[in-house]
Design a binder for this molecule. Structure first.
Ligand code: ZN
Ligand code: ZN
Length: 276
C-alpha cells in the first residue's frame, strides 16, 4: 500500500470537529490540521496550523469558506514541523494566500531544500501506517520565499494568548502550541492518540495514547523529555496531529502513563533510530 492510496483515503473521509469554540480540528484520516480563530468575532482573523497532505488544500479552503466567510484567508500558517503529512498543502496554500509560514529555526533547513529527513523506518512495530512508511516523501520542500522563523519570545504570530514550545525528538525543530487560559495544547507529533496495537492497551485496558509516530522519530531521549515538558503544563485539552483530541483528567493520566512506561509504549525494539 503506497502513499497515493493514503492520500485517497484521507480525501474521501476528511471531516472537521470543534475542540473549543475557536479551534476547528480538520481531520484528514491519518493526520490533523487546525484552524485557530473565533468565527463569531468581528474581524474573523484566524491562523492555520499545519496543512495536511498534498490533496488536503480543497478541504481546507472549503472549511475556511464555511467558517470564516467565502474567500477569507488566514493571517499566516504555523508548522509544527516539516514532515510531508504536515506540509503537504503548504506550498499551494501559502502561494495562493500570499501569507508567511512560521517554523522553528532548527526545522528551517527541511523546508528550504537544504536538508532531507532520514528515510522512514518501516521496521518499527507501528502497524499498518509504519509498513507503508517507506513510500513516504522525505525530501525537503522549498518555501524559502515565504518562510519565517518563529519569534524567539515564544509568542505565536496571529494567535494571541498562545505560546510555542520547542518539543524536539520526533524532529529537531518540532514545536507544540499551548494556550494558558484554557490549557489547550496542540501537540503535533509529540504523542499520538491513534489506536494501534501497543503495550499500553495491556497496561490500561484501553488503547488511547501512544508516543510519537515511531517510524520517523529520530531522538527518543529528547522525545521523552518533550512529553514530560508538555505534561508539566497540566494540559486540559490535548489535540494531537494523529488521532482524536483528548480532554480532562484522561490527558494528564495518559501522559503520566506514557512517561512512566515510555520505553515499552513508545519505543520500537527494532527501529534504526533507537541508538541515537
Ligand atoms: Zn512527523
Ligand atoms: Zn505527523
Amino acid at each position: 500500500m503506497g502513499n497515493k492510496l493514503l492520500e485517497k483515503m484521507s480525501k474521501i473521509t476528511a471531516t472537521s470537529k470543534e475542540a473549543v469554540s475557536d479551534i476547528l480540528v480538520l481531520e484528514f484520516t491519518i493526520v490533523n490540521a487546525c484552524l485557530i480563530g473565533d468565527p463569531m468575532s468581528d474581524n474573523k482573523d484566524f491562523v492555520l496550523v499545519d496543512t495536511g497532505l498534498e490533496n488536503s488544500a480543497d478541504f481546507i479552503l472549503e472549511s475556511i469558506d464555511k467558517r470564516f466567510g467565502k474567500g477569507n484567508k488566514p493571517q499566516c500558517i504555523i508548522l509544527t514541523h516539516g514532515h510531508f503529512d504536515h506540509v503537504g498543502s503548504v506550498v499551494k496554500l501559502s502561494e495562493q494566500w500570499d501569507v508567511p509560514v512560521y517554523i522553528h529555526e532548527l526545522e528551517l533547513p527541511y523546508v528550504i531544500g537544504k536538508k532531507d529527513y532520514p528515510l522512514a523506518d518501516p521496521s518499527v512495530d507501528g502497524g499498518g501506517v509504519s509498513r507503508m512508511s517507506k513510500s513516504f516523501p522525505h525530501t525537503s520542500i522549498d518555501i524559502e520565499d515565504r518562510v519565517e522563523i518563529l519569534p524567539p519570545d515564544g509568542s505565536v504570530p496571529g494567535m494571541s494568548g498562545w505560546k510555542w514550545i520547542h518539543t524536539p525528538g520526533h524532529t529537531e525543530g518540532h514545536i507544540s502550541l499551548f494556550r494558558e487560559i484554557d490549557r489547550v495544547i496542540i501537540a503535533g507529533d509529540v504523542f499520538s492518540t491513534t489506536k494501534q496495537e501497543s503495550l499500553i492497551s495491556v497496561i490500561t485496558q484501553k488503547q488511547e495514547i501512544s508516543g510519537p509516530p515511531a517510524y520517523l522519530t529520530v531522538d527518543w531521549k529528547a522525545a521523552k523529555e518533550s512529553i514530560i515538558n508538555l505534561r508539566q503544563l497540566n494540559p486540559y485539552i490535548a489535540i494531537p496531529s494523529h488521532g482524536k483530541s483528548m480532554r480532562g483528567k484522561q490527558v494528564t493520566d495518559h501522559l503520566d502513563m506514557l512517561i512512566e512506561h515510555f520505553d515499552e509504549i513508545a519505543k520500537s525494539e527494532q527501529g534504526k533510530f533507537l541508538d541515537k
